[in-house]
Write a protein that binds this ligand. Structure first.
Ligand SMILES: [Zn+2]
Length: 127
């Protein structure tokens, strides 16, 4: 889903950001404090925010994760990109481990054992 606007709570101590499709932003109040909000076009933001970051922001509000309410979509974007970095490094390490640990002869032995077992079982069922 594409979001073109977001709302921000007018309360100085709250400043909750609400994202959603244009049509659903009319007449909404702050989900955190119930106060009035103003609409801001997302294009005004200095940094481009991905749909993924906006989704996370929406889920934070929807799931009522109060300790994350202060995170702006831009901050979430940064956190997500750091998470991506971690995943990239982590999956590389896992790939490396697999390459080293797989012994092809052992694997072939296990597969042929499994096939023999399956054959025995199908004989038992059919006979
Ligand atoms: Zn508020």
């Amino acid at each position: 889903m594409k979001y073109n606007n977001h709302c921000e709570c007018m309360d100085e101590n709250c400043r909750t950001v609400i994202v959603g499709p244009d049509t659903r932003l009319d007449g909404i109040s702050c989900p955190r404090c119930g106060g009035p909000v103003f609409v801001k076009p997302l294009q005004d933001n200095k940094k481009k925010v991905s749909d993924r970051a906006l989704y996370v922001r929406k889920e934070i509000l929807w799931k009522n994760k109060k300790h994350c309410f202060d995170l702006t979509p831009e901050q979430i974007e940064t956190v997500l990109s750091i998470g991506d970095e971690y995943n990239k490094k982590h999956s590389y390490v896992n790939d490396l481990k697999c390459t080293i640990n797989i012994d092809s002869k052992e694997l072939a032995r296990l597969v042929s054992e499994h096939i023999k077992r399956e054959e025995k079982r199908s004989v038992r069922f059919n006979g």
